[in-house]
Design a protein around this ligand. Sequence first.
Ligand SMILES: C[S@@+](CC[C@H](N)C(=O)[O-])C[C@H]1O[C@@H](n2cnc3c(N)ncnc32)[C@H](O)[C@@H]1O
Length: 233
Amino acid sequence: MSNESDEEFFKLWMSAFQESMEKARQRTSSFEYEMQQHLYKDFASKYDKAISLESYSGPSKIAEKINDLVFDKNIKILDYGCGTGLVSEYLIKFGFSEIDGVDANQEMLNLAKAKGTMNKLILGRNDEGLKKISSNEYDIVCSAGTFFLSATHPGTECFREICRTIKSGGYFILLTKQSYLSCSYVNWSIVEELEKEHVLEIVSKEPYEGYRKHFPNEQDTQSTGIIFTFRVL
Ligand SMILES: C[S@@+](CC[C@H](N)C(=O)[O-])C[C@H]1O[C@@H](n2cnc3c(N)ncnc32)[C@H](O)[C@@H]1O
């Protein structure tokens, strides 16, 4: 084989390889996402009990944050990744009542619906549920324990759509485990872009201790949670 045909063959092989890798990545990620959603589906009815055993603080902490931030109890709130509706239960205790939820998992939403703490419940993965919502609909979008949990959970790619649903001057409040922020799949450059475009600004980043207990097999020994408050411009 001449050098030229070697080169041609290598190019063809590389392009076929890239194409098959791309397909494999897509298959892997949709497979992992399906596995993740199966886990939530099978686990849904036991979720609230399990969460209380592990002393997960997300729902109470985020509701406290919202209560400290706003005085008006009639504001419209969207809980992104609402799961079984734990955040709404705390918000109700503080006197908020205009709460909608969005989540990718129908079983989790069914349990949330049965609690009767939220009005509209919207099904959708990542920003698919958000796309069903009109612009400037909410005063606050909040999210606890959903962002950055794994590569198949929502990431900053959803931020633009979230901001679109929030009124100018409203807030996006995100609570997560601090250590998740250093995972390779977290793309913070999207936040920087949105800041440059004057879509949002970061008002505060508040770490706190006691996100939840560690799991016995967990390597990450940190238990620091973090609450981001973004203002939509
Ligand atoms: C750990 S639960 C947290 C639920 C609730 N926020 C809480 O604090 O109890 C994470 C939720 O994210 C949802 N979820 C996972 N991946 C998602 C995705 N890609 N898009 C939208 N929701 C997703 C799951 O269905 C689940 O209800």
